[in-house]
Design a protein around this ligand. Structure first.
Ligand code: UD1
Ligand code: CA
Length: 465
């Protein structure tokens, strides 16, 4: 039987009090809608997924275009029932439709499948995914029929009759419909409620009255169907998602100390025996090998670390690659395009950008290495700066293998230093240095014996007069 999935994502999200459309607010480093599409895409091909857009439609479409889903426009946001009315033509040829909410992001593909099987088993016209969270306030409530399986109606929070506030079972905003039954009765929705909206939830009562079967399946884990209508709810969902990721990594052999303090995006991969200390952020497409230690306060984004890498406290590593057994930090800043070779050391207050360091190269203290290549086993002394920018263009610094660059030297690019060369401390190097040469680029020291003592004597005499 053919299946479509419709994701309702046209709403404004008034309760977030934000300029950004609600479904583009991110949790776990990814927009709410991105999570829902990811789950739906594990159930069917993106070709059969229809996203209803309306509020800031162009912006929402642009953000998720690459997923290959189709779009349905809801020109005015007249409620969830109206959103599905707008999708009616698109889904008319399918047998069943799963309806998801763009602001209920933790839904798992397994649960969508289970809901659909339950729907088929019960030969229902409408099947509702429900839950019993600790606080049901704000959600539509499920009024069960006497047999406990069927549903009489869904009552929205604002329409609850006295006593109904106590109903613990809530509507998740996720449903399966038999398309034929849905389309037969969809036009019966009215906006006769306090919000003057067409509520999709009214379909339960409409179908039931028409003699169709409406059933509900309760999710075992209520957090999976929590919605995000306010910033506080968004942050709670984010915590719940990050926790899910940390738990998954731990199940795979990674140690995450104080996981509640760490921010780990869902797509991050970490190999076993790596230890992540508290207050670490691992973001985007970051990949970390085995036996690494990532110490507190470090933020790693879109970067790849091989095995046995030590990243000491408070490093920022972005769009970079680090080889095995390398040691980074503390307080190092690896900007995009940094490639740190195996066994290399990047020490405290060292900044790199578009810089490639060979095996065992070391820059241990207070340096800037930008637009540079540094050969294997080269030592960059404290305070060395590559002067890569002339105010208009960026220039390259090429340093060979086994070079010793003395402390506090400035290397004015474009420049190259041959393998095995020595640069005297405090040099300003402006011309090429051949292999195995010594280059010293500083003015000679002048020493005047007794000069300071003589000055003090003169000063003392002036004061007497
Ligand atoms: C809805 C349900 C409520 C349920 C809750 C679960 C209705 C009337 N109520 O309430 O029973 O407990 O979800 O989270 O359905 N949307 C559109 N077009 C519109 C209006 C909304 O596409 O005209 C989209 C929104 O972008 C959102 C989803 O539908 O992704 C749900 O809308 P929202 O306004 O958040 O509904 P709730 O009040 O949360
Ligand atoms: Ca909602």
């Amino acid at each position: 039987m053919s299946l479509a999935i419709v994701i309702m994502a046209a709403g404004k999200g008034t309760r977030l009090k934000s300029q950004r459309p609600k479904v583009l607010h991110a949790i776990g480093g990814k927009p709410l809608l991105g999570h829902v599409i990811a789950a739906a895409s594990q159930v069917i091909r993106p070709d059969d997924i229809y996203v209803v857009v309306g509020h800031h439609a162009k912006q929402v479409e642009a953000a998720i275009e690459s997923t290959g889903v189709r779009f349905v426009l809801q020109p005015e946001q007249l409620g969830t029932g109206h959103a599905i009315q707008c999708a009616q033509q698109a889904i008319a040829e399918y047998a069943d439709v799963v309806v998801l909410s763009g602001d209920v992001p933790l839904i798992r593909p397994e649960t969508i499948e289970a809901l659909r099987s339950f729907h088929t088993q019960h030969d229902a016209a409408m099947t509702i995914l429900t839950a019993a969270p600790s606080d049901p306030h704000g959600y539509g409530r499920i009024v069960r029929a006497e047999n406990g399986v069927d549903v009489d109606s869904i009552v929205e929070q604002k329409s609850l009759a006295p006593g109904q506030e106590k109903i613990a079972e809530i509507n998740s905003g996720i449903y399966v419909f038999c398309v034929a039954a849905l389309i037969r009765h969809l036009h019966q929705l009215t906006a006769g409620n306090s919000q003057k909206e067409f509520y999709l939830t009214d379909m339960a009562e409409i179908l039931r009255r028409a003699g169709e079967r409406v059933v509900a399946l309760q999710a075992e884990e209520p957090t999976e169907v929590l919605g995000a209508n306010t910033i506080a709810e968004l942050v709670a969902l984010d915590a719940s998602l990050r926790n899910r990721t940390a738990q998954k990594l731990m199940a795979e052999g990674v140690t995450v100390f104080r996981p509640e303090t760490c921010v780990i995006d869902a797509g991050v991969e970490v190999a076993p025996d790596t230890v992540i200390e508290p207050y670490v952020q691992l973001l985007g497409r970051t990949k970390i090998g085995s036996d690494c230690l990532i110490r507190s306060g470090t933020v790693i984004e879109n970067s790849t670390l091989a095995d046995k890498v030590l990243v000491r406290q408070s490093c920022i590593i972005t769009d970079s690659v680090i080889g095995s057994d390398a040691k980074i930090g503390p307080f190092a800043h690896l900007r995009p395009g940094s490639e740190i070779g195996p066994e290399a050391h990047i020490g405290n207050f060292v900044e790199t950008k578009k810089a490639k360091l060979g095996r065992g190269a070391k820059a241990n203290h207070l340096s800037y290495i930008g637009d540079a290549e540094v050969g294997a086993a080269t030592n960059i002394g404290a305070g060395v700066i590559t002067c890569n920018y002339d105010g208009v263009n960026k220039h390259q610094t090429i340093i060979g293998e086994g070079v010793f660059v003395g402390s506090d030297s400035t290397l004015v690019a474009p420049i190259s230093i041959g393998s095995g060369a020595y640069i005297g401390a405090g040099s300003c190097i402006t011309r090429e240095v051949p292999a195995d040469a010594l280059a010293v680029g500083r003015s000679r020291q002048v020493t005047k014996e007794g000069w300071a003592a003589a000055k003090r004597t003169r000063r003392a005499k002036q004061c007497e007069n």
